[in-house]
Design a protein around this ligand. Structure first.
Ligand SMILES: [Zn+2]
Ligand SMILES: [Zn+2]
Length: 264
């Protein structure tokens, strides 16, 4: 297990990124976000059912040649959780799942690009769970994954139809934690952001990155729509909200609002 020293200005984040630890292997970077800060923040908070909220834990497993952050997210008490964006390298993901001891109850997809959704159909079959997300506007991408895989010469990719499409205002339940859905088109037409208000945490896919934003030069990209979604839907969530993105390191809304060159 190696200590992971984090260079960015994330100090003070709800999730103390500076204290992230990295363990394991060659190919996959595997981060566990320390939950001390989260646990402190959520002490006394109540879930909708009236029970105290237990902390969520997250681990990032980098998958595919695009180094996509497949994220494992689970409740620290019950161990129930989700795999977010299993783009590929399913054996690596399954090893990470085993290592965390989490019990996967669903798969979540932020959008339909191959590095995020390419392994979803097979993982659904392996684990016997359902897929939620993204927004239906990404059906054009999800139905073209096999074609894309040939183009990029990526093996074991299948087209995928989610069990549930998500829309603005929907909520997703994950082990008793509620995630609000924000439809944030621009990088792809059907990109969604999952936001847990109680723990001040979001999964943003390729909408927003540390110091950057999602590419919009792909087919169906829309730069103006992306900027609009970030500024009108993500910024209002609050500067203290920590997020995990589809590539690169986690960050915080406030840091990006103040210093992201695409947004200031
Ligand atoms: Zn993408
Ligand atoms: Zn991506």
């Amino acid at each position: 297990m190696l200590a992971y020293s984090h260079g960015c200005a994330c100090r003070g984040a709800a999730i103390t990124l500076a204290a992230m630890q990295r363990f394991a292997p060659a190919r996959a970077l595997f981060y566990i976000l320390p939950q001390i800060a989260l646990a402190t923040r959520t002490r006394g908070r109540m879930t909708q059912s009236g029970k105290p909220a237990s902390p969520l834990k997250a681990a990032i497993v980098q998958v595919t040649p695009f180094q996509q952050n497949c994220t494992l997210l689970w409740d620290d008490v019950t161990k129930a959780g989700a795999v977010v964006d299993p783009g590929g390298d399913l054996d690596v993901i399954e090893r990470a799942i085993a290592e965390t001891g989490m019990k996967v109850e669903k798969i979540l997809l932020t959008h339909g690009h191959i590095d995020h959704a390419g392994g979803a159909d097979e993982l659904r079959e392996r684990l016997g769970v359902k897929i939620e997300g993204p927004h239906k506007a990404d059906i054009i991408l999800l139905e073209a994954l096999e074609k894309q895989a040939k183009l990029y010469q990526i093996p074991d990719v299948r087209n995928v139809t989610p069990d549930r499409w998500l829309e603005e205002g929907d909520t997703v339940n994950l082990a008793g934690h509620t995630f609000e859905i924000f439809h944030c088109p621009g990088h792809s037409p059907g990109s969604v952001v999952f936001f847990n208000r109680a723990q001040r945490f979001a999964l943003v896919g390729d909408v927003l990155f540390q110091g950057s934003i999602g590419r919009t030069d792909f087919p169906y990209g829309d730069h103006a729509a992306l900027i609009n979604a970030i500024k009108t839907k993500l910024f209002p969530l609050g500067d203290d909200v920590a997020f995990i993105c589809g590539h690169g390191r986690p960050s915080q809304i406030g840091i990006e609002r103040k210093s992201n060159p695409f947004l200031v």
